[in-house]
Ligand binder design. Structure first.
Ligand SMILES: C=CC1=C(C)c2cc3[nH]c(cc4nc(cc5[nH]c(cc1n2)c(C)c5CCC(=O)O)C(CCC(=O)O)=C4C)c(C)c3C=C
Ligand code: FE2
Length: 493
């Protein structure tokens, strides 16, 4: 999987209105946060110790209470930094504001001069570093927020002999580690376990999202809890799947707006897996960096198209029911969860780049420059699939991607696309191994990805320029509350 269909995939712009996630958290004063932070510098234990997690959990819950609770869409908060972080809230915002202004008019030169002179004045985290997405909440983070600048997708297989108890201990270790790594403040000193790769950085919108593959249930004796929605995806005739880079017992999606923060999380989780699980496959993705454009806007994919425009919006009346399993849904342990379809889709970029832009636009059904539908208007104008041009031809061609993929062409089927782009180098033939780590979220894959991909596979003009190389489907449970771990309702239910 790769970046998504988009980066920004339609997900609301950073800082945009929240969705369903009403802030439920108990915000504590900065002093309380600092105390939690200091306690939490035992956070290494969360990642490295085994079932001695009880202690880490107690600490974790103190940290958890210190932050706003639910993960509202686009809710990347600038984290107030207390004394533990060494930067006061006043200073954080004061300096960030000044740095922002200076950055536009030559802050780079000023910074270089300071470094050359050997001065390292204390500077606050920028808004990118300090942006904080709470780990705890009714939903896992990393679904409704905009895709971050850096993403890692990883699947793990349980080690032979690792049972339900071992899996529960692993999810506990992982959850406690993420609770610690995503907190708003920084510890006064690095924990013993910490490789310090990200020690100087703020949370940088780090999210880590955990899911279970179908094979997990058989291996842990949890067959009776297997969701119907986790039935294997059908074979699509156009697929070229590498099974070694598909599926997996456990799936982890890491996103952060800083590459070191994202790598650090990946490394911590891999080490925490220890003897319980080993990496099956891993893919690296990216998306637009916040602040790279003059104003927040829908991102582009590696074909150059604005991608993500017509994603379901949190303000849509049916957003929740399309994307999330309802509170009283089945199985009960999936309440508040979602199903992630992950596809590594290679783009045949040389072929695509040979196509004149006007043809590229017909293939998608939208203008390349600004994403406006070929039926007229601007990027956000509703698509008119029934519109004809004066010459009698359809404004949006019969095989245009947005026609074939639209809910209107698929009995209402829809999904939230939140992908990352990937680029794994250039082959000996000079062709980039690049494309989309497509991640689609839905309450039920049979009412989301499956019918749409069935149709795209045969009728989409874009499919001639794509190769689906890997695939996975994962059940992503609801989020963890204070002291809980992700998947607890499954593993202890
Ligand atoms: C099975 C679902 C989909 C796959 C796989 C898929 C791959 C894919 N898409 C693009 C580029 C774009 N897709 C766009 C819209 C769009 N795509 C899907 C579904 C899949 N895409 C849907 C449901 C939609 C929305 C259709 C609508 O209702 O209008 C667009 C247009 C902008 C947008 O709305 O996001 C682009 C561009 C690529 C490059 C790709 C595989 C690599
Ligand atoms: Fe698409």
């Amino acid at each position: 999987m790769s970046t998504s269909e988009k980066a920004g995939s339609g997900a609301p712009a950073q800082g945009g209105a929240g969705t369903g996630g009403s802030a439920q958290g108990n915000r504590k004063a900065p002093a309380a946060r600092s105390a939690a932070g200091r306690k939490g510098s035992a956070r290494g234990k969360a990642a490295t110790d085994g079932p001695a997690m009880g202690q880490a959990t107690a600490e974790g819950s103190a940290i958890g209470e210190a932050v706003a609770h639910d993960s509202a869409i686009g809710d990347r908060k600038a984290a107030p930094s207390g004394p533990a972080g060494g930067v006061s809230r006043r200073r954080l915002f004061g300096v960030a504001g000044a740095a922002g202004a200076v950055g536009l008019v030559g802050g780079g030169a000023a910074g270089a001069a300071a470094t050359a002179a050997g001065h390292h004045d204390p500077v606050a985290l920028t808004t990118v570093g300090s942006a904080h997405i709470p780990f705890e909440g009714a939903r896992q983070a990393g679904i409704v927020q905009p895709a971050q600048a850096r993403g890692h997708l990883v699947a793990f297989d349980l080690a032979p002999g690792a049972d339900r108890r071992a899996a529960a201990a692993l999810l506990r270790r992982w959850s406690d580690a993420v609770r610690s790594m995503t907190r708003a403040d920084r510890p006064a000193a690095p924990a013993a376990y910490d490789d310090q790769v990200a020690y100087d950085a703020g949370p940088a919108s780090l999210t880590v999202t955990f899911g279970f593959g179908r094979s997990f249930f058989g291996r842990t004796g949890l067959g009776s809890a297997l969701p119907e929605a986790l039935a294997p995806l059908p074979d699509f005739p156009g697929d070229h799947l590498d099974r070694t880079r598909s599926d997996g017992d456990l799936w982890v999606q890491i996103g952060a707006d800083d590459a070191l923060v994202a790598f650090h999380a990946l490394r911590v989780l891999q080490k925490a897996a220890r003897d319980t699980a080993a990496v099956r496959w891993q893919m690296n993705g990216f998306s637009r960096t916040p602040g790279a454009t003059a104003h927040p806007m829908t991102g582009r994919n590696l074909m150059g198209q604005i991608d993500g425009t017509n994603n379901p919006k949190p303000t849509d009346p049916d957003f929740e029911s399309r994307v999330f399993v309802p509170a009283h849904g089945s199985p009960a342990w999936m309440a508040g969860g979602s199903y992630a379809v992950v596809r590594r889709i290679r783009m045949l970029l040389d072929d695509w780049d040979h196509l004149p832009v006007a043809r590229q636009e017909q293939v998608i059904g939208r203008r390349k420059s600004d994403g406006a539908p070929l039926s007229g208007g601007t990027e956000t104008t509703p698509v008119d699939l029934a519109k004809f041009r004066p010459d009698g031809s359809l404004a949006i061609a019969g095989d245009a991607h947005i026609r074939v993929a639209a809910p209107a062409s698929n009995s209402g089927a829809a999904m939230l696309r939140r992908s990352f782009s990937y680029h794994d180098g250039i082959g000996a033939d000079g062709v980039p191994d690049a494309g989309l780590l497509f991640v689609a979220w839905q309450a039920d894959p049979m009412r989301g990805f499956v019918p749409v991909q069935r149709k795209l596979d045969g009728a989409d003009g874009l499919s001639r320029f794509l190769r689906h190389e890997a695939s996975g489907l994962f059940a992503v449970p609801g989020g963890a509350g204070p002291g809980e771990y992700v998947g607890q309702r499954l593993l202890e239910g």
